[in-house]
Design a protein around this ligand. Structure first.
Ligand SMILES: C[S@@+](CC[C@H](N)C(=O)[O-])C[C@H]1O[C@@H](n2cnc3c(N)ncnc32)[C@H](O)[C@@H]1O
Length: 239
C-alpha cells in the first residue's frame, strides 16, 4: 500500500475536522454499544483511531488501543489516555506488519475497529491486505467492524442532510457550517478531485471476508451518514 494523496492529506491534518468527526464517532459508539453490549473486560483495537474519539467516548468503560498514520493524532491520544497504548503506523502494510508484531506482541482483541478509514485507501487490495494483517489480532470470538463504508449507493447529498439534521438536533449548527466551509475551501476539495474516495461494494467486503475464513453481516444504522454501510466480520469457525 503506497502513500496516496489521501495518506498525505491525513498525515498532515491537525484539528480541522474535530467537531464533526467527534460527533459522528460519538454517534457510532452509542449505537454500537447498544447493539453489542460491551463488557468492562473487553478490549478494542481502533485501527485508524484519529485523535481518539472512540477512546474518549468509551473512557473508563473499557480499554482502547489505537493506531494511526498521523503523529499529531497519536500524541493527542497519548495525552488524553496516558494509561492506554496508541502508536504510529504507516500506509505500508508490510511495514505495519512489523510494527504490530513488535507493539502488540501477539495480543488479541475482542473488537477491532475500522471506522471511517477505508474510503481513504488506494484500492480494495489495500483493504484485503489490512484485513489479512488484522486477522491474527482478533480473538476467536472477536468481531472486526468495518464501518462508515462508501459504496455505489452512497450519496454525499443524503449524507450532508443526515449530518445537518443531527447537528440541528444537537444544537451544533456551527459545527456543520464550519465543516462544510472547510470542505469547500481546503486541500480536501483539491485532493478529492484528484483521488476519488474509495467505494467498496458489499460483494467485495463479503469476498474478502470469505478469503480469510470470516463470516460477514451487514448492519444498518450504526453511523450518522445514512447512505453508508457497516459490516461485522468474525471467525466463521466459531460463529
Ligand atoms: C475520518 S478520520 C476517522 C478517525 C476515527 N476512526 C474516527 O472515526 O473517529 C480518518 C482516519 O483514518 C486515518 N487513515 C487514513 N488512511 C489510513 C491508512 N492507510 N491506515 C490507517 N489509518 C489511516 C487518518 O489518519 C484519520 O485519522
Amino acid at each position: 500500500m503506497g502513500t496516496t494523496g489521501w495518506g498525505n492529506f491525513w498525515q498532515d491534518q491537525r484539528k480541522s475536522f474535530y467537531a464533526v468527526m467527534k460527533m459522528a464517532t460519538g454517534y457510532f459508539v452509542s449505537k454500537f454499544a447498544k447493539q453489542y453490549p460491551l463488557q468492562p473486560a473487553d478490549e478494542i483495537f481502533d485501527y485508524g483511531c484519529g485523535p481518539g474519539f472512540v477512546a474518549d467516548s468509551l473512557s473508563g468503560k473499557l480499554q482502547v488501543t489505537g493506531a494511526d498514520i498521523n503523529d499529531f493524532f497519536i500524541e493527542e491520544c497519548r495525552k488524553n489516555h496516558p494509561a492506554s497504548r496508541f502508536f504510529l503506523i504507516s500506509t505500508d502494510t508490510a511495514a505495519n506488519k512489523k510494527i504490530l508484531e513488535e507493539t502488540l506482541n501477539g495480543k488479541q482483541f475482542d473488537y477491532i475497529l475500522l471506522l471511517s478509514i477505508i474510503q481513504y485507501f488506494k484500492s480494495t487490495d489495500d483493504l484485503n491486505e489490512v484485513i489479512g494483517l488484522l486477522r491474527t489480532y482478533l480473538k476467536p470470538q472477536g468481531k472486526l467492524i468495518i464501518a462508515d463504508v462508501l459504496d455505489e449507493n452512497t450519496s454525499s447529498k443524503k449524507d450532508a442532510v443526515s449530518l445537518f439534521v443531527h447537528c440541528i438536533k444537537k444544537g451544533r449548527i456551527g459545527a456543520f457550517v464550519g465543516f462544510i466551509s472547510y470542505l469547500l475551501s481546503s486541500d480536501y476539495r483539491k485532493i478529492s478531485r484528484q483521488n476519488k474516495l474509495l467505494l467498496v461494494s458489499e460483494q467485495t467486503i463479503r469476498s474478502i471476508a470469505s478469503r480469510y475464513g470470516f463470516y460477514c453481516e451487514k448492519v444498518n444504522g450504526l453511523t450518522l451518514q445514512k447512505s453508508r454501510s457497516n459490516y461485522i466480520l468474525g471467525h466463521a469457525s466459531v460463529k
